[in-house]
Design a protein around this ligand. Structure first.
Ligand code: C5P
Length: 271
């Protein structure tokens, strides 16, 4: 029996760094949502661990212990065969590896019919939220999760095809004790949501731009298309722009693809 699972792209609509723990990990507050695009995995029981990869971003994806999917299976404690169709760019701030690992854990829970007894957080700060795959307010280093309601949002994701190493971006933070997020408006208050989002931040944006200045160019290009909001996700380099309507979103994606054919541009719905 094989289980097919979808590993959606994870987007941090906000990401506030509010402190640092003695072990060096940063305290975060983030509104996390998920896209309708992502990687696809097929997981089946096997006598030995095996990972095969195809898809547009397969190149360079490790097929051994370095792959977070492999470590997820080890954490679960059983051997499986995993086929991964890699549609998302890696080291991109949209949870590629974390979402794949979360999908493996979810698939193995179905396959073996028992829950994973170890903490998914040990695989990475974003793995627990990716296991949920729906709009969540995340805090701590990623272990405190509370479900939230948000209406579907029309977005364009853009990655300028540069890798951004997460530890380097955290190291580049000039202040660790930034203001917390303010309370989210009710889900039916459309305009309140835009105002609220505009007032929040991604504190990793400035150090990511310092590491990869092309991110500033992506953000400026997105801002020129009149979105409700344009911001970076996670530790970058992927940025998103949110639009009032699907027509505006699709027109913006079309323009971006024409102007910057070397960038990864994907229109999507976030939930
Ligand atoms: O947990 P994850 O693998 O996503 O984290 C990658 C790196 O990002 C960590 O090794 C750490 O340097 C940094 N990080 C952090 N604080 C967090 C999450 C990640 O400093 N809350």
């Amino acid at each position: 029996m094989a289980i097919e699972v979808f590993a959606p792209a994870k987007i941090n609509l906000t990401l506030h760094v509010t402190g640092q723990r003695p072990d060096g990990y940063h305290l975060l507050e983030s509104l996390v949502v998920f896209a309708d695009i992502g990687d696809q995995l097929r997981v089946s029981k096997s006598d030995e661990m095996q990972i095969t990869v195809d898809g547009p971003f397969a190149q360079g994806v490790p097929t051994d212990q370095r792959n977070l999917c492999w470590r997820a299976a080890e954490l679960f404690g059983e051997t499986v065969s995993i086929h991964l169709t890699k549609n998302l760019p890696h080291a991109a701030g949209i949870g590629g590896g974390s979402s794949d690992a979360a999908a493996v854990l979810n698939a193995m829970e179905q396959l073996f019919e028992w829950p994973c007894s170890a903490s998914a957080l040990s695989l990475g700060a974003d793995v627990p939220v990716c296991q949920r795959g729906r709009a969540t307010l995340m805090s701590g280093i990623g272990e405190t999760l509370s479900e939230t309601d948000i209406r579907p949002l029309d977005a364009v994701l853009v990655n300028p095809r540069v890798d951004v190493p997460t530890p380097q971006v955290f190291k580049g933070l000039t202040t660790k004790n930034n203001p917390a997020m303010t309370p989210m408006p009710a889900p039916d208050q459309n305009h309140a949501l835009w105002h609220w989002l505009a007032d929040q931040r991604n504190d990793l944006q400035a150090p990511a731009v310092a590491a990869q200045p092309i991110i500033a160019e992506v953000l400026a290009t997105l801002a020129s298309l009149n979105p409700q909001i344009a911001r970076m996700s996670g530790s970058g380099a992927t940025c998103f722009a949110l639009f009032e309507t699907r027509t505006q979103r699709d027109a913006a994606a079309q323009t971006l693809k024409q102007r910057n054919p070397e960038w990864w541009v994907e229109p999507t719905t976030l939930t």
